[in-house]
Design a binder for this molecule. Sequence first.
Ligand code: AGP
Length: 608
Amino acid sequence: MCGIVGYVGPRDCTDVLISALTKLEYRGYDSAGIAVFENGKIEVAKSKGRLTDLVKKMEKEGKPNGHAGIGHTRWATHGEPSDINSHPHSGRRVTIVHNGIIENYKELKQFLIDNERTEFLSDTDTEVVAQLLDFYYEGNPIRCIRRVLHELRGSFALGIVFADRPETVYAVRCESPLIVGQGKGEAFIASDVPAILKYTKDYYLLEYGEIAVLKNGSVTFCDFHGRMVEKVLKTADWDEDSAEKGGYPHYMIKEIHEQPTAVKTTITPRIENGMPNLSECGITPETLRDINNIFIVACGTAMHAGMVGKYVIEKLARTSVTVDIASEFRYRDPLIGENDLVIIISQSGETADSKAVLNLVRETKAKSLAVVNVKGSSIARDADMVIYTHAGPEIAVASTKAYMVQLAVMYLLAFEIAYAKGKIDEKECRELIAGLQNIPEVIDKTIDAVVDECQYISTKLITADSLLYIGRGLDYALSMEGSLKLKEISYIHSESYAAGELKHGTISLVEDGMPVIAVATQNTLLEKTVSNIKEVKARGAMTIVICDEYTEIDEDAADYLIRVPKISEVLMPMVATVPMQLLAYYTAVNKGNDVDKPRNLAKSVTVE
Ligand code: AGP
């Protein structure tokens, strides 16, 4: 949820920390702070609000000046966003930044109070950790960190500086992600790789319980028991440009435009001679043939990709698929059988609830398959099999290209399972694959075809207090994502409904002028969907219909029509997604909202 960074090297530390934090602001943005060694003393600057507020504050009050330090951008969990609750937090001799959550902080705080440590300034769990480190500190930082690790429960990554160890940064990881960058004569810590790409592409992935020591521009590692660890240096295949806006006003619109490339990069290595081939991901037709039931478990947008997956896999492979929200699945004692497959979809690969599902699967004889975008992330490493989506870094909080490639993977899987189980023949499989290969080009065409219309229609949406998204079948699965996209960045209340379910209660909400966006790309269900559109229209709704270029929609059903290119019905979600993304984007822009950093949200949800 929060982003942490650290630096040791010859550059101006404050500049490096701020630059790195800018790349992590998507993780949390309600306050920010840094701690830098200046002439051997730790100087702290922090502020409620965006990173720019911290920068302004330092311009006014002076910035810490030095070559080693730590920084933080916050998504509040314990304690409201305020100057006091902003990180870094300090004990007498220790200052820390923290990403994650300390579940037993109350007990630990009581322990400290009982031991006459009463000087707590903030409401945060982090300050308790800083005080605890201070309590146990006897001049050996590693021993002190290891001692405190035994006491902490929860998921966390910490950046730590000790007042009597100038020019040195310590870092430790337990669950929450942390990487250690290695440049020439300089070293970094960061919650995510894009933060350091400006300086280096070489990094180490810190594992659970490992401690890193950054000193004199280089890094050493030890484990939970204090034993030295040799780690393998990795090289990021994302470059700095892919984590920049590249001339677009927002990351979100840039990422919408990157979708054709993302889909192509994701599917190409998994297609061989016109047939799906997932063997590089450890998946063979034999693995898939015997699958009994499939569970798809994820959160938010990723879960919505799973909904599309369910419709497609069930339709083509005739295999039962249950889609669950991870935070529900993990606590509902699901019945997972020996030959079942649990698919976890996650862009970040760090979502706490989705990650927890893997522990559950491990207790069964079922297999787990992760569909993940971030390489080396926890979910990718913990699953039995992984299909990486190759979307590149997704920075906007509102997911677009990651969703699109998750869809692409759902299709590849559906085709492969259906073929492995003999539910489709080779000819049909080849046709489906050819259709998928055509998608990047069609997405490009769709963006061009609908962008003006979406921009215009969004001006009609900005005054709405509430709206509905409706659809049937795959259109319903898709409308869930359309609705989430719109509400999370435009702040307009929105619900998605199975069109046929409206009359069972929800239609009572429809009143004069209420926007209802109907997705009607499934020709087999068209007549029924159109009847539902007419029902809301008759009650005063302003109807916006997304359909293909040839579908005839009665004039009296649609106030606005958004026409997308026609492709095979089963693949239509990959095309119809585009106008939904653009409607959300332009509505948020027209409302003057911060599109890439919507209020109260964070890109990576690493707490329950
Ligand atoms: C969607 O725009 C959101 N950012 C959110 O719903 C997101 O998809 C969800 O938190 C899951 O994240 P993950 O894919 O990284 O697991």
